[in-house]
Ligand binder design. Structure first.
Ligand code: GLU
Length: 282
């Protein structure tokens, strides 16, 4: 019997939610309803310096205000580091992780281009460090991050594909090719936290039985890495749906840093959840 569809909305509590988040959340709950499934809320707080409990509380308050509900308990990624370390250890045992000691400046200076997010593409400087060099630098306490050796990883996979559906869940799914090579040797264990966005999201989507990942089009390219990690870790690959992005008057994606009003600002200015849903087309 096919399992019940499970979707998720997974905000990072490092700022207040704005209309773009509301759109993403409403899209996810609508998609869950179209599929006769359920939507989970997951708090993606791996960035311990930027995540704040008051932002997590505001996520709960704002989503409830919009009329959304989710099953408890809500998973918080800051409580799941052991699972991410275990996944990284599995990749390490396969010879697919290597330590990188480069600073941001060194990475930028030797970049071989830009990744789909516009970040410098890592030149692989630390890929061939000797064991002796690695031990010396680790003993010295040099800040270290761990990267995926992409060429080695790709030698284990055939062409990687994923299933895309949308804009509505009733549309016919398509098979798409993933292009992980455009990301280079991504970081899977950061200097400041023992995981990365890519690793934790893939581990948790599998652990929570997520069948459909809904997120904004700005994150579509990350699927390349997610399906690669799912293959390497032996995890199921969900179906993906990417929704449109809300743009501000400047034509750019809404963001707190560009002064988009938060949902709380809108609420305090007298807007109602019905107004917001109507404005966003839900
Ligand atoms: N936590 C991510 C963010 O807030 C989104 C997670 C995801 O959809 O994979 O941007």
């Amino acid at each position: 019997m096919p399992s019940q569809p499970i979707l998720r909305f997974a905000p990072s509590p490092n700022g207040m939610l704005h209309l773009g988040h509301a759109y993403s959340a409403l899209f996810t709950w609508q998609a869950a309803a179209q599929l006769d499934g359920s939507a989970l809320l997951r708090i993606e707080d791996i960035d311990l310096a930027r995540s704040k409990p008051e932002f997590t509380q505001a996520i709960f308050d704002d989503l409830h205000w919009l009329g959304l509900d989710w099953p408890e308990p809500v998973w918080r990624q800051s409580e799941r580091f052991a699972a991410y370390v275990e996944a990284a250890d599995k990749l390490r045992a396969m010879g697919l992780l290597y330590p990188c000691f480069c600073s941001r400046t060194e990475i930028a200076a030797h970049a071989t281009g830009a990744d789909p997010d516009g970040a410098p593409l890592y030149a692989g400087t630390c890929r061939h460090l000797s064991d002796a060099d690695i031990s010396t630098r680790l003993e010295h306490g040099d800040p270290v991050q761990y990267r995926l050796d992409l060429q080695r990883a790709l030698a284990l996979t055939g062409p990687l594909t994923f299933t895309l559906v949308g804009p509505t869940m009733r549309d016919r799914p398509q098979i798409c090719y993933a292009k992980p090579e455009r990301w280079g040797d991504v970081v899977l264990h950061r200097k400041d936290t023992p995981t990365s966005y890519h690793l934790s999201v893939v581990v948790d989507d599998a652990a929570q039985g997520v069948t459909h990942v809904t997120r904004g089009r700005d994150m579509e390219a990350a699927t390349d890495i997610h399906v690669l990690l799912q293959f390497l870790l032996g995890l199921p690959s969900p179906i993906y749906a990417f929704h449109r992005l809300l743009l501000g008057d400047d034509g750019k994606k809404l963001s707190k840093s560009r002064g988009s009003p938060s949902l709380r600002d809108l609420r305090e200015a007298g807007r109602t959840p019905e107004d917001i849903r109507h404005q966003l087309g839900f």
